[in-house]
Design a protein around this ligand. Structure first.
Ligand SMILES: Cc1cc2nc3c(=O)[nH]c(=O)nc-3n(C[C@H](O)[C@H](O)[C@H](O)COP(=O)(O)OP(=O)(O)OC[C@H]3O[C@@H](n4cnc5c(N)ncnc54)[C@H](O)[C@@H]3O)c2cc1C
Length: 311
């Protein structure tokens, strides 16, 4: 990719929000580029199949959907830049995008679509054992722990879904949640209750990780009400305690963030800075899903088009 290229719209991230924004911007006749540090798809590709994306009665392979979205945007001329964005200057009419390769691009509008990432548990040794027993994606890594004991931490839909998924692969699954009821949708209650190999640890937290030969060997579990502690031998800990926005690159840009770090933006994606829009998981919103990310991308590109037309 050439240095010093200028685009009408620069879109940061090739998740479903960014790729939809690119499709809408390019189809509206704007020159649009998406910047991506990995491959297309974002968090979508952390799961094998999507069962709740409309239009696919039997579900859809997440990678297939990601590459189809990318190809569709490219068909209308959207440019894909395979570079991580290292810093942004967003307050002037011409926005500057500097990538980790040191290349500088400019754009008249920017759509922030950097998404989110799993929130860490925050216990000691977590990062050193990541990939050596500690995982943030059961559908990605569950298969490595066939017939082993797995521990899932969390109480939302992801944790409940992970427990169900792992119960078919692992010999035993422990689900640990710090409150006395799960936050997961009611639809999970019956299937979880019916699992013969699931042990629930409610009102409990994981306090410590233990390792042997460089890999996870056990977790310490503490009941927050009684103070009682126990050790669960396991080689697999799946952390499902929510997500956090990828907004590090916005430091010092003047973009307004909420208390949890999400970009403050409504349905059109308009942020507090002129010509800067946010779409998908990175913005303040109620439901973070592929379907809502796609809707955000369309809205943000349309708002960017209006901004550029009316300047
Ligand atoms: C395990 C898992 C399973 C899920 N299952 C489902 C499901 O079944 N159905 C459903 O609807 N949703 C599901 N989701 C949620 C869904 O994937 C997200 O809501 C959706 O992907 C958000 O899209 P996005 O485009 O906003 O962000 P993301 O998908 O997070 O994409 C953001 C992209 O931006 C890139 N990026 C970030 N910072 C930079 C930077 N500085 N420079 C360059 N690139 C950058 C990232 O690499 C990423 O590719 C799941 C999520 C996970 C983690």
């Amino acid at each position: 990719m050439v240095d010093n290229a200028h685009f009408d719209v620069a879109i940061i991230g090739q998740g479903p929000a960014g790729m939809t924004a690119a499709l809408y911007a390019a189809r509206a006749g704007l020159s649009a580029a998406t910047f991506e540090r990995m491959g297309p798809g974002g968090q979508m590709t952390d799961t094998e199949r999507l069962d709740n994306y409309p239009g696919f009665a039997e579900g859809v392979d997440a990678f297939e959907l990601a590459f189809a979205m990318s190809a569709q945007a490219a068909r209308f001329g959207a440019v894909s830049v395979g570079e991580e964005v290292a810093s942004l200057e967003l307050d002037a009419p011409t926005k500057r995008i500097t990538t980790a390769f040191g290349n500088v691009y400019t754009a008249d509008a920017v759509i922030l679509a950097m998404g989110a990432e799993p929130r860490p548990l925050g216990v000691e040794r977590e990062s050193e054992l990541a990939g050596r027993g500690v995982s943030y994606c059961a559908t990605c890594d569950g298969g490595f722990f066939k017939d082993k004991v797995a521990v899932v931490v969390g109480g939302g839909n992801t944790a409940a879904g992970d427990a169900l998924y792992l119960s078919r692969i692992c010999s035993q699954v422990h689900l640990i949640h710090r409150r006395n009821t799960l936050r997961a949708d009611a639809v999970y209650a019956q299937p979880l209750a019916a699992l013969p190999n699931l042990t629930m640890h409610l009102d409990c937290v994981v306090d410590a990780l233990h390792e042997q030969d460089g890999a996870l060997s056990a977790v310490s579990v503490r009941n927050v009400k009684t103070g009682e502690t126990s050790e669960v031998p396991t080689s697999a800990l799946f952390v499902a305690v929510g997500t956090r926005p990828r907004t590090g690159v916005l430091e010092g840009t003047g973009i307004e963030l909420d208390s949890a770090g999400y970009v403050v933006a409504g349905e059109t994606g308009q942020t507090n800075l002129a010509g800067v829009f946010a779409a998908g998981d990175v913005r303040t919103k109620a439901l973070r899903q592929v379907s809502t990310a796609v809707g955000d991308g369309a809205n943000a590109a349309t708002a960017a088009f209006e901004y550029l037309s009316l300047r």
